[in-house]
Design a protein around this ligand. Structure first.
Ligand code: C2E
Ligand code: MG
Ligand code: MG
Ligand code: MG
Length: 293
């Protein structure tokens, strides 16, 4: 990544590049043993039915409590984990912990809660993935029907054959497949039909366009929802921050979503409380998360 600086053809690092390289090296070294030291933890963002506000499930989101840098967002270390291959053991840990957490939470009167887990492209082509999913379900006792794996369009396109093969096997366990950040990747409509998927997650950048007065972004969101219906897929909207967005989504036929309007990602303890309250109050709507709950 060094920029060629012309003079003598020597590659020179600019200060910003240098510090980025230092951070990368620092984080890569710190991956070593971090799982064993229990430096990673999960937060869980609730997902709701957008019309009545019923709790439907959670998305597991990984965080890293780095010994010196403190709490790190996945944006800062997932791409690096992906590059170095550390994502494979890390992703296996996430899957294991997310299934174990959800298995201990009660069903709501409407049915069992779902747990959504993000999978990186590298995991999707990992030969052990199918066994890892089966193992996580078996060890936790979570029903396959409760698990949703979130993949990106890019990972479907990278090694379509192998990915589709793994997804078919995973779906046989009852697990559903969601395409995350839909609309930001490169899958073609033609390909989409051939992929074994169940859910399109409408990316926040589209949901953002439903806020405010301007209506020129509405058509795109409507088109995505119509496409999903056409392909028999359900939709989940992400990044809902205000009530106008939520109302417009339901008007357009999107019935599920998550976002700061309803709840931020929660610690495992608070998420479990939310699940317990949802199990005892069937009319639970967009409940705020009491951190002391
Ligand atoms: P994602 O899967 O699309 O997850 C949604 C992200 O949007 C989360 O960020 C969540 O905190 C944030 N978010 C949710 N609602 C709102 C909202 O209303 N407004 C705004 N501004 N943001 C909202 P987070 O936790 O930082 O995760 C970022 C990305 O990191 C995730 O995007 C996902 O791609 C990746 N990631 C997180 N956990 C894992 C994991 O266990 N494995 C893998 N492979 N990737 C992960
Ligand atoms: Mg996701
Ligand atoms: Mg997403
Ligand atoms: Mg996103």
């Amino acid at each position: 990544e060094a920029k060629s600086n012309g003079k003598n053809g020597y590659a020179m690092f600019e200060p910003s590049m240098r510090s980025r390289a230092v951070e990368r090296l620092r984080l890569t070294n710190a991956f070593d043993g971090a799982l064993e030291r229990e430096e990673f933890y999960l937060e869980f963002q609730p997902q709701f039915a957008l019309d009545g506000g019923r709790l439907e499930g959670f998305e597991a989101l990984v965080r890293w409590h780095h010994p010196t840098l403190g709490a790190l967002s996945p944006m800062r270390f997932i791409p690096l984990a992906e590059e170095t291959g550390f994502i494979v053991p890390l992703g296996r840990w996430v899957l294991e912990r997310a299934c174990a957490a959800a298995a201990g939470w009660p069903a709501t009167p409407e049915g069992a809660l779902t747990m959504s887990v993000n999978l990186s492209p590298r995991q999707l082509i990992d030969p052990h993935l199918v066994a890892d999913v089966a193992g996580a379900l078996r060890r936790s006792g979570l029903a396959g029907e409760q698990l949703v794996i979130e993949i990106t369009e890019t990972s479907l396109v990278t090694d379509a054959r192998r990915s589709v093969d793994a997804l078919h096997k995973i779906k046989k366990m009852g697990v559903r497949v969601a395409v995350d950040d839909f609309g930001t990747g490169y899958s073609s409509l033609g390909q989409l039909r051939n992929f074994p998927i169940d859910i399109l997650k409408i990316d926040k950048s589209f949901v953002d366009q439903l806020a405010g007065e301007r209506t020129d972004g509405f058509g795109l969101v409507e088109a995505i929802i119509r496409l999903a219906h056409e392909l028999d897929l359900s939709t989940v909207a992400e990044g809902i921050e205000d009530t106008a967005q939520r109302e417009r989504l339901t008007q357009m036929g999107c019935w599920s979503g998550q976002g700061f309007l309803m709840s931020r990602p929660l610690s495992q303890r608070v998420a479990e409380n939310v699940a317990r309250r949802a199990a005892s109050e069937s009319d639970l709507a967009y409940l705020p998360a009491p951190e002391d709950g």
